[in-house]
Design a binder for this molecule. Sequence first.
Ligand code: C2E
Ligand code: MG
Ligand code: MG
Length: 586
Amino acid sequence: MSIETSFDSAAGPYQGDDKLVIAPSGLLALLPIGVLVCDIDERRGHPLPIINEHACTLMRLDLDEQSQPCLDDIPVLEFGEPLLSLFRQAIRQNRSINHSWLIESGGTAQHICCTITPLNSDGIRRPRVLCTLSDRTVEKRAEETLLHQALHDELTGLPNRNLFLNRLEEAVSRCREESDLYCAVLMLNVDRFQLVNESSGHQIGDKFLIDLAESLRGCLRSNDLLARFSGDEFAILITNTNSPDDAVLLADRIHKMMEKPRCLGETDAYMSISIGIASTHGSHKHPEELIRDADISMHRAKKSGRGRTEVFLRGSYIVRRDQIKLETALRHAIHNQDLELFYQPVIDLESGRIVAFEALTRWHDPERGFISPGDFIPIAEDTGLIMPLGRWAMHTACKQLVLWKSAIAGLDDLYVNVNLSPVQLLHEDIPATVRDILAATGLDGKKLRLEITESALVADPTGAAAKLHEIKAQDVTLALDDFGTGYSSLNYLNSFPIDCIKIDRSFVSRVERDEQSAKIIRIITMLADTLHMSVIAEGIENSEQHMMMRSLGCRYGQGFLFARPLPHEEAEAYLRRALKNNCSVF
Ligand code: C2E
Ligand code: MG
Ligand code: MG
């Protein structure tokens, strides 16, 4: 009876004697796995009475037909020694055991799996085991590739959010065990990254991210973990540190690295990164909380001027939670039309004539009281609520002006100014909105002026220019609001169809004390003159400022000196008083 047959017929455990049998052919040889039987006989080198060709290949055992193969002959040490101890373990425990291991030789790695079964039937005189071996290298590599893909970002090859979270969990639990250790999370977001994509295309955008990942890696210490979460959002995990400054120092290194221009296709650009930091220092947090807190701080860094670092303070979460509540309340206010439009007059600084009213939204929440536009406009912008809010404001303001014009004589030249958010300009078909509102209210386009800020133009210059020209085609005029606070690029004045510049209040409030501000205002008014634009000074609060602005060539102004933003009835009364007073508010 051949050995193969006794195996193949599955007639129970091999009952043969000690005679050497090498499966030369037949079913055993055909098996895609290695099969061997080993006698645990130290004196004879642990003979292998059964071994098929596949097992020989796997164990690199060169068989000579005459010799008796033994486990001790196996040339690869990683095989022989662990196998023997596994064989002994299976016999000791009298059960099958599985094992797998990696064998590296000559630059290649092999994943081998084995199952060892003790053959402790009565007929066998000495301890003997059956071992099956299989090469799982291909499957293992496929598994590893899948695992790598599941845990890494395809574009940059960096760890992704999942892997980051795994590592963060480990780090946080280590910090819980050791009180003087802590870890920190840095959330990084590239400022105005969408500009790169929109101006240079996605290919350059991708290249930028790959290069940035490389540069960020260069800022890390050996234990820090860098991950890409999505788009232009990266995260860094600092572990095993006992200095609270490490995270801030790393953030400083990153800002320093970003000071160099980065290549965007054919041009170089100066880009910045906003960084938020949260750490386990002082309190042991959950991993998700650390990410959330670092994220909140990163958004604060963005809001406070970009290219900065903000470290999470416990109060920030409360602020964020309140913001979410505020968002819900704002949604209701817009839906229930609980918002009100106030009107602040724009005055001719020479004659005191009212030339326009700027419409400013007011929100009086029954629970919270008065909420400043400085607080709710950013929330409206973040959530998209600015679209319905902006349409409501424009519609109400236009309707109000039509009502005033029909009720009061002599208002032919009166304008209404409405603020337009950058988000509206970017994401709404704003020329169509303007057309619909003018048609619905019957206001002449010439009497509507939209106030935009420079940031609206920076985000998408080409798209903004096209929309603004479409708006201009309806005779609507455009004012550049808060001039002097943003990029203040004189380029914009030329490249966009702007009719009016509004000098920001911060310049006006400094004008009496600060010679530099006065000089800048003078340059702006001269430039506006050359470009046939009018100038409005914002925030005139006293007569000195009024006089200074006038002498610096600023024709128009608005501010608390003349009137605060007023509810429509009071604005109307103000208007009527001025008309009676020779059309002047002075
Ligand atoms: P803005 O368009 O620059 O409006 C001028 C702001 O300056 C108003 O603040 C106004 O009340 C305030 N102001 C006017 N004169 C003086 C003064 O003499 N002294 C001081 N200290 N402040 C003065 P407000 O109403 O709080 O609005 C803030 C900002 O919110 C506005 O700045 C505008 O950007 C935005 N905003 C208000 N309503 C709307 C709206 O309906 N839509 C959009 N998109 N933004 C709005
Ligand atoms: Mg404005
Ligand atoms: Mg302004």
